[in-house]
Design a protein around this ligand. Structure first.
Ligand code: BGC
Length: 352
């Protein structure tokens, strides 16, 4: 089932809609046409209570001013591009700079700040909506007109399937993701440090003190980044380690072992579960990496339902190409050729 409700009006007069996708299991997910934000994700944990497993805000105003990308779609380029500069087909490009001297998440007016066109694709037992965006040549400094489609489908098996499609008028770089902050105990619960996570990644990309990859791809053996066995989030965070200091916690890209270039199906990549094992989130994707981010920058941030979010109150699994790939030719390529069809898929499955 899908319902639509107004979620306020932008300063330019555009009306924002909230879609609520609900399946027969009683899982219900609220999605906004501003930034394609996943605002609420309710799972029925007991007969008469539901737990909201993502961080978010109550009002449109807060989403307009948000600088943490809570729940939002990210593009054109998730994560950092060093100095916002890259060269493509012999032309130098300068993007918007919004994180020190770097570009983060596609610039200050990236996809998370855009108003997406929307339509309902299916109102059946697998409710599905389509969001669409036309980003013009030069938008935030990126080359080429690009037409982006994102399909959100809530399946009857409690998976949220996110499919990204794009094509560009000339070659460009493209790296979309969703930036949901999960707290499987509920968004008001507090720290996620007692969650356990697994990531099927034998390597990761170390960062410098500004979060930009150094270009190395190194083994996770004997580092705090070995999440192949289920590991509590507390463990790496408490490790005396320069990388953890650089990220102010976990804010690192892990290189997924089962990535296969051009695969169109999502493969199991990661999971998180509550300490008591009652709620599990499984992540499937066809992207090469996942940024594991432990919400290190949140400080007294007012959230939904009078929540007050702090650092470590959520964990993001941002499926992505590696950060700064346009400047790292040995990383999987983010180049999207003119008239090539981009497709990626990420699925978040919740078991409870
Ligand atoms: C980045 C963080 C950033 C956060 C909020 C994450 O994907 O890696 O460094 O603070 O997004 O935008």
């Amino acid at each position: 089932m899908i319902t639509q409700t107004p979620f306020g009006t932008m300063p330019n007069g555009h009306k924002i809609t909230q879609f609520t996708l609900t399946n027969a299991q009683g899982v219900s997910i609220e999605i906004l046409t501003l930034g394609g934000v996943i605002r609420r994700w309710l799972i029925p944990t007991t007969e008469d209570t539901a737990t909201d497993i993502v961080l978010g805000y109550d009002t449109l105003e807060e989403y307009i001013h948000d600088d943490s990308s809570l729940g939002a779609l990210i593009g054109r380029y998730a994560n950092r591009i060093a100095k916002g500069q890259f060269t493509l087909d012999g032309t130098d490009y300068q993007t918007d700079i919004n994180l020190g001297e770097h570009c983060l998440h596609g610039g200050s007016q990236g996809f998370s700040k855009q108003i997406w066109d929307s339509s309902i694709l299916s109102d059946s037992e697998n409710p599905s909506i389509l969001l669409e965006l036309q980003s013009r040549d030069g938008d935030q400094g990126f080359p080429g007109d690009i037409h982006v489609k994102v399909i959100y489908t809530l399946t009857e098996h409690n998976k949220l399937k996110i499919e990204y499609f794009a094509n560009a008028s000339k070659s460009t770089v493209f790296n979309p993701t969703n930036h949901s902050y999960f707290n499987l105990e509920g968004h008001k619960h507090g720290s996620v440090e007692d969650h356990q996570i697994q990531v099927l990644a034998s390597q990761y990309t170390p960062i410098d003190n500004q979060g930009v990859p150094t270009g190395e791809i190194v083994t996770v053996d004997e580092t705090p980044f070995d999440f192949r066995p289920l590991t509590s989030i507390h463990q790496p965070l408490s490790a005396p380690n320069e990388q953890i200091q650089f990220g102010n916690g976990l804010d690192h890209n892990l290189c997924l072992d089962y990535y296969s270039n051009k695969a169109r199906v999502a493969t199991y990549a990661a999971q998180a579960q509550t300490q008591d094992g009652k709620v599990t989130l499984k992540v499937y994707t066809n992207m090469p990496g996942i940024q594991i981010f432990t919400a290190n920058h949140l400080r007294d941030k007012k959230g939904k339902d009078n929540a007050l979010y702090q650092a470590r109150h959520g964990v993001c699994f941002e499926t992505q190409f590696y950060a700064d790939s346009p400047n790292k030719p040995h990383f999987p390529s983010t180049k999207l050729e003119a008239d090539e069809e981009f497709y990626s898929i990420t699925e978040y499955e919740v078991l409870f």
